[in-house]
Design a protein. Structure first.
Length: 156
């Protein structure tokens, strides 16, 4: 299974619809205002980019688990920093603020991928990033994405 990161199949479809003129706005999810970090026990893989292959953590095993907001103010502009395209560097998008998951409780977890969702429950996973190997997260440990360096996507 190849690791991957970037747009999910949902966002890829929205981009293609926008570029071909079959959509008037580049919105992968209607009303996508804020981002919420979700954690997966497995990799989503570059090949499929399909969130349905992911097993999201649940509060049945980690009693503290909840998707946490990916920014401040509940908007995309306060969740992400986008740096303009530069030759040889590409366009970079990264999380604006630190994102901190409550400490694991109940049972230890495995962490294979992080996804950013359109809602705190249900919703659509729009972008994701796999880890190169599954990481154990023991009871009492927090998953923290540091501001500006925790989740970085580059498009060339």
């Amino acid at each position: 299974m190849a690791i991957g990161a970037g747009a999910t199949d949902t966002l890829d479809g929205a981009i293609c619809q926008y570029l071909t003129g079959s959509a008037t706005a580049l919105v992968p999810v209607a009303g996508w205002g804020a981002s919420f970090m979700g954690l997966f026990t497995n990799n989503l893989t570059a090949a499929t980019k399909d969130v349905s292959t992911g097993v999201e953590w649940s509060n049945a095993s980690d009693t503290n688990y909840v998707r946490v907001t990916g920014g401040v103010g509940g908007t995309q502009s306060t969740s992400w920093t986008v740096v303009a395209y530069a030759s040889g560097v590409g366009t970079k998008m990264n999380n604006f603020a630190q994102i901190t998951e409550p400490a694991v409780a109940g049972a230890g977890q495995n962490l294979g991928s992080i996804g950013m969702f359109s809602a705190i429950t249900a919703g659509t996973c729009v972008v994701f990033s796999d880890f190169s190997s599954i990481q154990p997260v023991n009871i009492g440990i927090q998953v923290i994405l540091l501001a500006t360096t925790g989740l970085v996507f580059t498009v060339y």
